[in-house]
Each structure stands twice: as structure tokens, then as C-alpha cells.
Design a binder for this molecule. Structure first.
Ligand code: ZN
Length: 184
């Protein structure tokens, strides 16, 4: 289909909550193709629809590595139904060019969603690997939550944002994750 422009931090669509998909129509199939085309063009691991300006609950992930080959995955109307453990990781986002920051994520997650054929599925990912973290990162995008809202060190993250000419942290968006942070 087409490579779309990825919105950058500061653009309003990234903070807007996305709407449920009612039918996996041709429009949604085209959106999925655009997400994959755009993600691969930027060597990303995941991309959510709001990042290309479409506020619908859809994201794609390709967390394949040499050590762990995986199929590309599509998540429509996803819901994280179980989460546990905690892990610290250095994360980035295609909407934050070049900016990385330490965030805390759950180690194990169980997610239910609909795939590109309209079929519901449940997936459990354990061990805080790339896929587990990507699922949480992309799922957040659908609620207008960005990885910097999870940052472990506000001061350091602010410095990184400044360095890459990105807007400041919005203090009201910072998440209280003391329980999660205590575990790492
Ligand atoms: Zn992202």
C-alpha cells in the first residue's frame, strides 16, 4: 500500500485515545498494510495506528530477531488481561526520533485481540522479551500514553528530549508506577 508519515511527539493524534474497530473491513486491511510498510521502512519493531494519524485501536509488531524468529503480528481491539513482574529496559519509539529512555514494564503479559482475519486470539508472552515490551508499548499508544510517561528518571529523559529538539515531558502524564519500580 503506502509508506505514511510517522507523527512526531507533540502532534495531537499521539495523545488522543483511539476508537474500537467494529469490522475488519477493506479500510482496516489497507491500514494494516500501511502500518507494516511504514514500520519496515523505518526499521521499527512495532507501529500503532495513531502514529500515522489514524485513531483506531490497531497496532502491528514484528519482534523477530536472529535468535528468535517470529511472524509479523496484528492486534485489533487489544486488551491486556494479565500482567506481572517488572523489567527495566531502554526503549525508543518511531515518534521520538533518536531519543531513548529507561522505562519499566511488566515482564509477563497476556493479551487478547482480533487478528487481521477478524479472528479473536489470546497470547501469553513471558520473560520481558522484546515482544512482551512491544505489546505494552504499542497498546499504550491506543490510549494516548507514550513511553516517556513510564520513564524511570525524569531528569535524564528530559535531557534526552531536549537534545533531540522534542517537546518537554508533560508532568501530568507521568504515571505512578511505584509498585512496579520497587520490583526492579
Ligand atoms: Zn511508540
Amino acid at each position: 500500500m503506502a509508506i505514511k508519515r510517522v507523527l512526531t511527539y507533540g502532534e495531537p493524534s499521539l495523545r488522543e485515545p483511539s476508537k474500537e474497530v467494529h469490522k475488519v473491513s477493506k479500510k482496516i486491511s489497507d491500514l494494516i498494510r500501511d502500518l507494516f510498510d511504514t514500520m519496515y521502512s523505518q526499521n521499527g519493531v512495532g507501529l500503532a495506528a495513531p502514529q500515522i494519524g489514524v485513531n483506531l485501536r490497531v497496532f502491528v509488531i514484528d519482534a523477530s530477531t536472529k535468535e528468535e524468529p517470529l511472524e509479523p503480528m496484528v492486534f485489533i481491539n487489544p486488551k491486556i488481561i494479565k500482567k506481572s513482574g517488572a523489567i527495566k529496559s531502554n526503549e525508543g519509539c518511531l515518534s521520538f526520533p533518536e531519543a531513548y529512555s529507561d522505562v519499566v514494564r511488566y515482564k509477563d503479559v497476556m493479551i487478547k485481540a482480533i487478528n487481521e482475519h477478524g479472528k479473536p486470539f489470546v497470547m501469553e508472552v513471558k520473560g520481558g522479551n522484546l515482544l512482551a515490551r512491544a505489546i505494552q508499548h504499542e497498546n499504550d499508544h491506543l490510549d494516548g500514553i507514550l513511553f516517556i510517561d513510564h520513564c524511570l528518571n525524569r531528569f535524564e529523559t528530559e535531557e534526552v528530549l531536549k537534545k533531540y529538539n522534542l517537546p518537554d515531558i508533560d508532568p501530568e502524564k507521568l504515571l505512578d508506577e511505584s509498585e512496579l519500580k520497587e520490583q526492579i
